[in-house]
Design a binder for this molecule. Structure first.
Ligand code: ATP
Length: 893
């Protein structure tokens, strides 16, 4: 039976909602969920319609440059010059086909990446918790929410614990609202329905159980049709700069073309038809038609490459910013370390125990002076293990020979520890059922649970960071029973254990007479009995050490900002090569004013016991020094810091949806090394864009100069407008595209970051543009004149001028593969296979251009002979050598 939607979910009490949804507290069965999924469809909003090939093709014509070309075609048609008309039309069509195909490819790359960010949800099905993709949710599913989650569907809350939800996505109200589960009057406004959680909003605090009442397009979000999780098309600062540049260029070109036409008619007395054709040629020559497509495809290929390396860009502009990052602030746990915790030591008041075994498999044991210790043999150990196992939300699953952890690694390690000592978990959970809990949050750094025993006693268990727990402790459990706590001794032990790089947790308990089923912060504010400490090892990732070294070579400073203890953080920092053993604590940061903190961030690289607010202050301090900061984060409270960083990096695995929403980039394997390879890729993309532009523009300058020179010197055009169109088109689709596939330069991570705000079009760039542009005029022009003087006709001479220009472009492709370094090297000449393919294709096209009769007719070309080709090749070689000499002379030392 499908649930009949009642008028208002918020009006019903929890039981009535469940009845209406034909669901219950244990959730739906797997079969029922599957059949509802078939009936209601996926819990997803319809994807925005993607443009099909034809639409993309038509849209390519909606472009200032193409309008200029089409106008030129119309006028040549009126003048009866059908050849020119058809060539210009053909060029615009071919350009549009290529543009449409490339855009399609870029769009698919980005769409694929969007899918990689599909959010998940935790549901109860048949009483068991399951992690499912959010689009599998159906009405009636019971969903578990916790802080940082994105609400996956419209939910009616069944029970809540300090739940607060940020509904900005729906209502625009950015202050999180408190939620509960009690029924509300029927006429309550949407924004006031505090027993509902709506799809697309973010849980900023607390936990809840809720039942799904609407999915997909039936949700409020679906109804207002705001697109959930859609990443809008964005322009990067670079592409904006380029677009502006292209517009200015077009204006300049049109002005120069008009001036040239006027000069030609008035000063040199040419017929206006010829001058008009020359003007068209000039405009067509100078406009870099291929540029926008090259930029799009280079960015898209970069983003695709990054995704293959598990770094998913959510916001395109960050690709460029990544390349100029000067400081990376990284979390420790899980990013620099493996986040595979294993208990190594247990410190009781009367002695230290070693723990053997690795991973989450409860194999191995506890030893004191080499003697195995088990649950049941030592009252102090028993109490500690009970707390470790019960004040714990993790579960272990044996799958074949492997043990899998569901939940938090810190808690998984504690559970494994208890099981290694043969603690009877099921029996204990029945004897001491949990009544309430204060979940772990990074802000308060502890977790507490309330249990009732059958003798009418309340047992409170607490575990957390030693300083936090010790501050609430008055007694300790020793061999002789409970006694006043020796806090300095415990602090010493905690510092000693942390000094080895271990994470240290303290465990405590408190017995109370039966008084209610609720656990409040006051209940754990003091009077607890300390049971002992547990040290957990979380080894650094092997790749992280290398990645840190790579950053150092690349002029990028790595800072570790962690919630862990200073001694732990400093020890891990030492193992990874971060910092000099000094660590600044959260409360020490609090004691510094902004100026002092700005000075401190220059000195110290390790920050411990840091909260998300500290992250914010650290970013501000770093930015004050002009640093470009990448910052990692995972918690819901990291969102502001992720937004404030130049590149916010969320962890795909342990990161919350809130963090991912705020971030520019998501690292799907949570690995620091992946972040560093993304930086490398960011630098590559920027390099490649710059190379592509530096390659394309001189060709346009050269071609335009040829026409201007011909007019000013009163000679026939060595290259006709249609021939120029041909050159532009074939070089854009072959040579320029090769830059999008340029592999990363070897030294890319051995040079300092690009200074922020560095101009793309700098002085060297402009100079090279002019220099190469001049070569492209002088050499083909010289060849043209020489052939004429040797008695060749205009068609042959101009064919060879075109071939010479193409040869120079081919040579210049290899010059441009390195901006400063010599191109006369094996890896520069052979390193990009796409470049070779492009060159081969271009040669074939030039052969067709020179020999195929119908192309000869179209372009006015004539068949050259062998030695003509040698001359063209010689002009290419000469240009290559001259440009290399220029590079050598201007190379920065
Ligand atoms: P990083 O920022 O490097 O990832 P972190 O995320 O490990 O650090 P938190 O998770 O905020 O830092 O943990 C801070 C401290 O809280 C830990 O050092 C530990 O003492 C304590 N702690 C961590 N997890 C739990 C837990 N599940 N229950 C109780 N206390 C915990």
């Amino acid at each position: 039976m499908p649930p009949q939607p009642p008028p208002h979910w918020h009006q019903l009490d929890s039981q009535a909602v469940l009845t209406h949804c034909h669901s219950h507290h244990d959730g739906l069965s797997a079969e029922e969920a599957a059949s509802r999924l078939a009936r209601y469809g996926a819990n997803a909003l319809p994807q925005p319609q993607r443009k099909n090939l034809l639409q993309r093709f038509v849209l390519q014509f909606h472009n200032l440059l193409i309008y200029v070309l089409l106008a030129a075609a119309a006028i040549t048609a009126v003048l009866g010059d059908w050849v020119d008309t058809s060539v210009i039309v053909a060029v615009t069509v071919i350009n549009a086909v290529i543009g449409a195909l490339q855009e399609g490819r870029a769009e698919s790359a980005l769409a694929a990446i969007r899918n990689m960010l599909a959010p998940g949800a935790i549901v109860l099905r048949g009483g068991e918790r399951h992690a499912v993709e959010a689009d599998r949710l159906v009405p009636g599913d019971i969903v578990l929410l916790q802080s940082g989650d994105k609400v996956p569907a419209d939910l009616r809350l069944l029970d809540t614990r300090s739940l607060r939800i940020d509904e900005a996505a729906l209502t625009g109200e950015s202050v999180p609202v408190d939620k509960h589960s009690a029924p509300l009057p029927a006429d309550t406004e949407l924004a006031e329905r505090s027993n509902m959680a709506y799809a697309g909003t973010l849980v900023s605090f607390g936990q809840a159980h809720a039942v799904v009442v609407a999915t997909g397009s039936d949700t409020e979000l679906g109804r207002i049709n705001a697109m959930l999780g859609s990443v809008p098309a964005q322009q990067t600062p670079l592409s904006r700069e380029l677009a502006r540049f292209a517009r200015q260029l077009t204006a300049v070109i049109v002005a120069v073309a008009l001036a040239t036409i006027t000069l030609g008619i008035v000063w040199r007395g040419y017929p206006w038809q010829a001058m008009f054709m020359a003007g068209v040629g000039l405009a067509v020559a100078a406009i870099p038609e291929g540029l926008p497509a090259i930029v799009t495809i280079t960015l898209a290929i970069g983003v695709e490459r990054m995704a293959r390396q598990r770094a998913i860009m959510r916001k395109l502009p960050a690709v460029e910013t990544l390349g100029s990052v000067t400081v990376i602030c990284s979390d420790k746990t899980g990013t620099l370390t493996r986040n595979e915790m294993t208990a190594s030591h247990v410190q009781l008041r009367d002695g230290l125990l070693q723990v053997s075994g690795s991973g989450y498999a409860p194999e191995g044991g506890l030893f004191r002076h080499g003697q195995p210790q088990q649950y049941g043999s030592h009252a102090g150990l028993d109490a500690l293990l009970q707390a470790a196992a019960l004040c714990n939300d993790a579960r272990l699953q044996a799958v074949a020979a492997d043990w899998h952890l569901l939940g938090d690694p810190t808690e998984g390690a504690l559970l494994t520890l208890a099981l290694k000592a043969q603690l009877p978990l099921d029996e204990l959970q029945q004897r001491l059922p949990r009544r309430d809990a204060i979940p772990f949050e990074s802000e308060h750094r502890f977790m507490a649970t309330l249990h009732h025993d059958h003798n009418g006693q309340r047992l409170i268990l607490l575990k957390g960071a030693p300083e936090v727990v010790l501050a609430r402790v008055s007694h300790e459990l020793a061999a002789g029973g409970v006694q006043a706590a020796n806090l300095p001794w415990w602090q010493q032990q905690a510092a000693r254990l942390a000094g080895d790089g271990g994470r240290v947790l303290a465990l405590a308990s408190r017995q109370q007479p039966h008084s209610g089923c609720e656990l409040t912060f006051d209940d754990v504010a003091g009077g607890l009995t300390l049971l002992g400490l547990v040290a957990l090892l979380d080894p650094p990732r092997d790749e992280a050490k290398q990645a840190v070294a790579m950053c150092r070579a690349a002029g990028i400073r790595v800072k570790m900002i962690t919630g862990d203890h200073a001694a732990t953080a400093a020890a891990i920092g030492r193992q990874l090569g971060i910092g000099d053993g000094r660590a600044l604590n959260g409360h020490e940061i609090d004691a510094l004013d902004d100026a002092a903190l700005a000075a401190a961030v220059q000195q110290v690289d390790v920050f411990a016991r840091a909260s998300p607010e500290h992250k914010l202050r650290l970013i501000a301090a770093l930015k004050r020094h002009g640093e470009v900061v990448a910052m990692t984060g995972d918690g819901v409270n990291d969102a502001p810091a992720l937004k404030q960083a130049d590149v916010g990096v969320a962890m795909g695995g342990k990161g919350t949806e809130a963090a991912k929403e705020a971030a520019e980039m998501v690292i799907s394997d949570d690995n620091f090394a992946t972040l560093v390879s993304a930086v490398r890729e960011g630098r590559t993309v920027y390099d490649n864009l710059k190379k592509a532009i530096l390659f394309i523009l001189p060709t346009n300058v050269g071609q335009a100069l040829i026409i201007i020179a011909a007019i000013l010197f009163g000679v026939a055009l060595p290259i006709s407008p249609v021939q120029i169109l041909w050159v532009n088109m074939v070089s854009a689709v072959t040579l320029a595209l090769a830059f999008a596939f340029e592999p990363t330069e070897r030294g890319v991570m051995r040079r300092p970051p690009r200074p922020p705000g560095a101009q793309l079009i700098d002085r060297l760039f402009l100079w090279r543009l002019v220099f190469v542009g001049l070569l492209m005029v002088v050499l083909p022009f010289a060849l043209y004149l020489q052939l004429l003087s040797q008695g060749a006709g205009h068609p042959l001479a101009s064919t060879m001028a075109v071939n010479s220009m193409v040869a120079i472009e081919i040579a210049y492709l290899f010059n441009s593969r390195r901006r400063h370094a010599s191109a006369w090297r094996r890896d520069t000449l052979l390193g990009n296979p796409v470049a070779f393919g492009s060159v081969l294709l271009l040669i074939v096209l030039q052969l067709a251009f020179s020999y195929l009769p119908w192309l000869q007719a179209l372009f006015g070309t004539a068949a050259p002979s062998g030695h003509h080709w040698l001359l063209a090749a010689a002009s290419g070689v000469l240009a290559f050598v001259l440009i290399e000499v220029e590079k050598a002379l201007l190379r920065p030392r």
